[in-house]
Design a protein around this ligand. Structure first.
Ligand code: SF4
Length: 489
């Protein structure tokens, strides 16, 4: 059986054909010279790779080198590799004579099935349509020919604000126990930093699984204790609880530690056994089988240049306080907390990403391609494939709607409704002008004013555009936001 080369995001048993298959693992230092990674992300990747090497023992050749090319020269035998997860890595492995590239693993729908589905459609490739196809194709949450419960999506039941007392009655995920491998990783990263490799963010205890065992244990805990509350509070934000009822498994799926289909089946079982309500289970399945796969597939299906889309003409570079995760320089409470979460954990859940960080960047006209790189390198679950669609297609509307029917832009009223941030903030979410003006509210109107010709004239935007036309102080708001520029709010 040929030796299987596993990249550092292909670490679970489902990337092997047999449990005893010979394996090659490569730790390349050059990757850490190319990007400025969050320290905890670098730690997680190295820890996961080294844990896998230790698990496999003599079954694996584990090469630590500067580049993949150098490492491969030490291995004089033919290799197989599953389709890598970035265009750069795919080009590299396709250019190697001794390496056979196999179909991708680690996603529910195959690239070929997605292409068949997409080729047969006219118009935009919407997630909702793909999600229905995937549910039917893989027979997930189906009762006969129709969806369980008679509806494909329970999204309208997944939008509750956080509870008034600021507490979700769910146990927090257990944190992994660090071991000797983590201690070695920490010492190596300290040394690399002294040698000149740059990291960002704060170091801290490892909070995310580095082995399949740790990831399965977190998944079991989530399905048993947290899934029920997940759906309802999916979009809520709380200053006192960064985890809420989220699975906190995105980094585990993206490292390849967990098979997403096993998680989908586990969630469906919880519904069939009446251990979790359908609205929660469907919400989780929509994230896994729908959104995650959709983002993966569009990365490959859309043309290469899509990553550089900038149809709103956003020209500003990311400011240093943002790049350096300098939360202390920010007064706006929601933004300060989101940025501090990235600095301290390399992770915040999807609402702070989309409705605070992404929303703020969109309003300020920051370059989408720089944001892709920022989300890729600052988040423990960030990868080029994952952040291209989420940033270019969704949060920055940089392709004018290939993935979404309207920009994800919102003012302070939305953040006020969905979080507990505004009460303790020096700004007022209702104000758009003056010293107390909420930067999100003012930024919202300034964004709409600056992009009115490029925003779709559809029903979802009609009310906002009508209100915009009635604002008597719009010029002053736009001037105020131009003065604010990219300074920390
Ligand atoms: Fe954020 Fe504005 Fe609310 Fe302050 S008032 S927390 S800046 S939305």
């Amino acid at each position: 059986m040929p030796r299987r080369w596993l990249f550092a995001d292909q670490l679970g048993p489902h990337f092997l054909d047999e449990r005893t298959q010979p394996v090659l693992l490569v730790e390349s230092k050059a990757v850490f010279r190319r990007h400025v990674f969050h320290r905890q992300k670098a730690h997680l990747i190295l820890s996961a790779l080294r844990h896998r090497a230790a698990e496999l023992g003599d079954q694996a050749i584990f090469v630590r080198g500067e580049t993949y090319g150098q490492a491969l020269r030490q291995v004089g035998e033919p290799l197989e590799v599953c389709h890598p997860t970035s265009r750069r890595a795919l080009e590299f492995v396709r250019g190697l004579d001794t390496v056979t590239v196999l179909p991708a693993r680690g996603y529910v729908t195959s690239l070929a099935d997605f292409a068949d589905w997409a080729d047969g459609r006219r118009g935009a490739l919407r997630m909702e349509a793909f999600y229905r196809f995937a549910r039917e194709h893989h027979r997930v949450l189906m009762d006969g020919p129709g969806p369980a419960g008679g509806r494909w999506s329970f999204e309208t039941e997944n939008r509750d604000p956080p509870p008034k007392d600021g507490r979700l009655d769910v146990p927090a995920p257990a944190m992994p126990a660090e071991d000797d491998i983590d201690a070695e990783v920490r010492a190596d990263l300290d040394r690399w930093a002294r040698e000149g490799i740059r990291f960002t963010g704060r170091d801290g205890p490892r909070r995310f699984p580095a082995t399949t065992g740790e990831a399965r244990s977190r998944l079991r805990h989530f399905l048993r204790h947290r899934l029920t509350a997940f759906g309802r509070y999916e979009d809520a934000m709380l200053s006192t609880d960064p985890w809420l009822a989220h699975s906190t498994l995105s980094s585990s799926f993206n490292l390849g530690l967990l098979d997403p289909m096993a998680a989908v089946r586990g969630a469906e079982r919880a519904y069939r056994r009446r251990e979790a309500p359908l609205a929660a289970v469907e919400g989780f399945v929509r994230q896994m089988l729908g959104w995650r796969d959709y983002i993966w597939h569009t990365y490959w299906y859309f043309e290469r240049g899509w990553r550089d889309s900038n149809e709103l003409g956003a020209r500003r570079s990311l400011p240093d306080w943002w790049r350096d995760l300098d939360a202390e320089s920010v007064d706006a409470r929601c933004l300060r907390d989101a940025l501090a979460g990235v600095r301290d954990r390399g992770w915040v859940h999807h609402s702070p990403r989309l409705m605070v960080l992404g929303n703020y960047a969109l309003q300020r006209g920051w370059r989408p391609s720089e944001l892709v790189e920022w989300f890729h390198t600052r988040f423990v679950d960030g990868y080029d494939w994952a952040m291209t669609g989420n940033v270019v297609g969704l949060s920055q509307y940089a392709d004018l709607g290939r993935m979404t029917t309207k920009p994800y832009v919102a003012g302070g009223a939305y953040i006020n409704r969905m979080s507990d941030y505004c009460g303790g903030c020096r700004y007022d979410p209702r104000q758009r002008l003056g010293a107390d003006a909420c930067p999100f509210t003012a930024g919202y109107w300034a964004f709409l004013a600056g992009n009115r010709d490029r925003i779709p004239a559809n029903a979802r935007m009609a009310r906002a555009m009508k209100q915009l036309a009635l604002l008597g102080d719009l010029d002053a708001v736009v001037a105020q936001e131009a003065r604010r520029g990219s300074d920390p709010p």
